[in-house]
Design a binder for this molecule. Sequence first.
Ligand code: GCU
Length: 399
Amino acid sequence: MKRIFTLLAIVLASSALAQPLATKYGASPLELSSKKQWEKQVRPAVMEFFQQEVYGKVPPTQPKVSFRPLGEGEAFGGKVWRKEVEMTIGTTKALVLIYLPANHKGKVPVFLGMNFKGNHQIAPDPEITISPNAPKGKELGTDPERGAASSRWPVEMITEAGYGIVTLYRGDIDPDFDDGFQNGIHPHFYAEGQTKPYADEWGTIGAWAWSLSRVMDYLEKDKDIDHKHVAVIGHSRLGKTSLWAGAQDERFAIVISNDSGCGGAALSMRKHGETVEAINRNFPHWFCDNYNKYNDNEEALLVDQQGLIALIAPRPVYVASASLDDWADPEGEFLSALYASPIYKLYGKQGLSSKQQPAVGEVDAEGYVGYHLREGKHDINAWDWAHYIKFANKHFFGK
Ligand code: GCU
């Protein structure tokens, strides 16, 4: 392993166009001379680095995963068709909610992403089964929070544009707190005698990302789904998750990160907003234990987060920020998209079209790397989605 990292460091430092490792932004743009060099030498080492030092590896012991279709039916006054599927990982059960345009002809391209508080929160649809581990509503036993997150999931707009939505609740895969990895799916992966992931094994984000790939396994078999046109999407911690899922699994044809910040699209070496130390202190379960080596020591990272974006090349990737989201470092998110763009060039594809961060409310999404800076706070809303739909239309269907 040391050897491969040393090799990467040499390649990065000796490539003709490389900047010094520590630039003004503390990040090295990935500038290499050939696609072959990227694919054969650098990409495998960058992948290994993120697996071993940041998100952690998926352990070799794998539980059985199965899927069981549950009910189907109309939603949104007949405009939308709802399907539900139960995914079982070992003994852990998660519910997958699928919304499709009701009148679709043929297979439907979809956006796949996790939700924060339960499937029933994404829409005021009384038929959505409450995710097994969703937090209970204020009145126990009732579901007053149906549709509470509907501003984040403009279902009608997405389905009217011809896309489906596939979502599952993060807490059904792994609860989002430091439980020593006793709940959720991690224990199903322990070797004999193991009680928690090893230092280079996955945390919660790794488990969430892996589960998105398992949902993709299902989508490949669902006759309603156009599995060649699946865009993986996530907001914030779930945007870190969509990037990592998209980096590892090439079946995701577009990858979208909405306000993913530290440990997502933002460059860590800038130390602007949330830092590696802060994220590991506040969310000790998100990354692998090895990531703690970089607390207040970001310069030691072999490659900054632009390496994560580059792993997605040549597939289209979209990074979005919000103007009031300083904690997620919008400029750092933009710069990693910019610094990953030369890798797209190796494939003859344009990354970002400008070296300037777009102004508030502006978009740079002509190429294979898209970016926008939405006005407003840390969130995902219809404005963001309108641009993701446009990006998908262009890359999936040349529209
Ligand atoms: C916190 C955390 C971020 C994360 C965000 C979210 O603010 O510090 O890293 O992205 O929560 O998931 O909303």
